[in-house]
Design a protein around this ligand. Structure first.
Ligand code: ZN
Length: 310
């Protein structure tokens, strides 16, 4: 039962009803011109290329060769952008899957802050491993978001460090993120200022484009920043929840770290999740880009521009 609860949001039938969603008031701040320039570099064309490449194989099951091939695509892209890429094996049952970590060091003096942008790359078909699992929304949408935010962030220097992570084994019980968080040393935990995990950011389930921000006690400040960024930079309707479950933000939150899940509004209305019907045609890329805009505005604040040289 515990595995079941941890594994997938679709089959988690009760908990979200027990915890009413909050509808925070819209916060509309002034748009910083420098941040506006950065936000304008988010690219629908690049996002579309990442999304379609990741969602192209029949499956990205954690133990499939297709999963490894898409990991290789992401590794090549991120290395080409200047990230230091490592692929870390994880156990999934009797088999092996992997996480991808892409680091970029800031220009500030140590100890620098660290910001993490994460998503699970694996997909699943709930009826069986041999069946199609295109996982376009769950979670090519979020994985492509990690690549696009990585591309934009690589375009300038930052004071703090960034790590982009694509997890494997999420659908088998958050295995990739449990492995990563379990392996964090004390120094790295202390440097982590914000963890933004994207899982399903591309299905429009509501009349108005919307996003749900889900966190824990250590993420309340980060959640407020995201609500303000949504109000300032996007037309997204925001809901929030302090009942984190069933995605890769949970191991971070359980470790007392400031993590959030970013997910399309009313995600439970998407009944194609974990089926052959989770296909590219159903992904609203404009919604995903609005969500990336919100995330980018907050990430930039945590990464900080280095002081300009005279
Ligand atoms: Zn997912």
């Amino acid at each position: 039962m515990i595995e079941h609860e941890k594994t997938c949001r679709r089959s988690d039938t009760g908990r979200i009803k027990l915890s009413p969603l909050e509808h925070p008031p819209k916060v509309e701040g002034a748009r910083d011109p420098e941040l506006a320039t950065l936000v304008a570099t988010l690219s629908p064309a690049h996002y579309a290329r990442y999304l379609t490449t990741i969602a192209a194989p029949t499956t990205r099951h954690s133990l499939s060769p297709e999963f490894a091939a898409v990991m290789s695509f992401a590794a090549t892209e991120l290395a080409g952008l200047g990230y230091s890429v490592t692929r870390s094996p994880i156990a999934v049952g009797d088999g092996r899957s992997e996480n991808l970590l892409a680091h970029r060091t800031g220009t500030g003096a140590a100890p620098r802050g660290l910001v993490a942008v994460t998503a699970h790359l694996d997909s699943v078909n709930q009826e069986g491993r041999s069946l199609p699992a295109p996982g376009a929304d769950d979670n090519a949408s979020g994985s492509a978001g990690v690549l696009e935010l990585g591309r934009v962030l690589a375009g300038r220097d930052w004071s703090n460090d960034v790590v982009l992570i694509l997890f494997g084994g999420e659908e088998q019980g958050l295995l990739g993120s449990l492995d990563y968080v379990g392996g964090l040393d004390t120094e790295t935990r202390a440097r982590l200022r914000a963890i933004i995990n994207m899982d399903m950011i591309g299905r429009r389930n509501t009349a108005q484009p919307g996003v749900m921000i889900e966190g824990g006690p250590a993420s309340k400040t980060l959640m407020s920043e995201l609500v303000a960024a949504a109000g300032t930079w996007t037309a997204l309707e925001v809901t929030t929840s302090l009942n984190p479950f069933a995605s890769d933000h949970v191991p971070f939150i359980d470790a007392g770290l400031p993590a959030v899940l970013i997910i399309e509004a009313d995600d439970r209305a998407n009944t194609d999740v974990h089926t052959a019907g989770d296909v590219l045609d159903t992904v609203d890329q404009a919604l995903a880009l609005e969500i990336l805009t919100m995330n980018l505005a907050v990430l930039a604040g945590h990464l900080q521009n280095p002081p300009s040289t005279p």
